[in-house]
Design a protein around this ligand. Sequence first.
Ligand code: GLN
Length: 282
Amino acid sequence: MTLNDVYRKGEEMLLNAHIPDADVDAAYLMEHFFGCDRARLIIHGDENADDAFTEKFFSAIEERKTGKPLQYIAGIWNFMGYDFYVGKGVLIPRDDTEILAEEVCSYLYGKKDVKAIDLCSGSGAIAVTLGKICPDCTVEALEYSKDALEYLKKNIALNDAKNVTAVYGDVTVCCGEYDDGIFDLIVSNPPYIESDEIDTLQQELQFEPRMALDGGQDGLYFYRIITEKWHSKLKCGGMLAFEVGERQSVPVSEILEKHGFEKIYTKKDLHGYNRIVCGIKK
Ligand code: GLN
């Protein structure tokens, strides 16, 4: 088979299995297994495809047909220009979360001797990006899932983020282990989907850890807990920054207001939804 044959067959198999964006996924897997991006495919598409890689490619296509996320199949995913290992047990870094990562990086950029904590850190996408872009910042990355913690540690090592430390802990209780007024920034992309909504969402999501998605009955459980239990850990003038779900920017802003935050603002994602809520501790 030529590279073109492999690509077309893969795309067709995904199309027949009703996988959305079959062409994008097949192209991604071509690049992943053959190092052959779209431009190369146009120029070298009539060359013979290596048998071993072809076999790997089609077994990945078979996995993708079951709805398994492409990111888990590839085992690695890029976020803000950094690579992160991903797989069963850890939430896949989303494009939406880049809005939050950009915001906290620009907040701490250029500041010396500052301290941040990323709560519900997961793969470490936010913490590692922050640590890399702000090398004078110390970042703690807190995670409660043992599976996710393993990915977090591997991702810190993969990116050689020496100023980032993985910490095992339950965000709802371990705040007691930190002194008041020590952080310049608390950032979190907590689980925020309403419990009853999870089962109705796309197939790919069902492969991801429920623990990383389930935000309780109204989806706001972690915003309340984190704001209530962690606000005293911020310095005055420090920032609390959250990623939020599509209908959550108003209630989350209210939670921040209730706990004495000021200069509360939101920023939109590429689809036009308010995706982050940030506030400054008075
Ligand atoms: N943005 C994710 C989704 O909708 C949810 C992530 C989260 O709960 N923090 O799939």
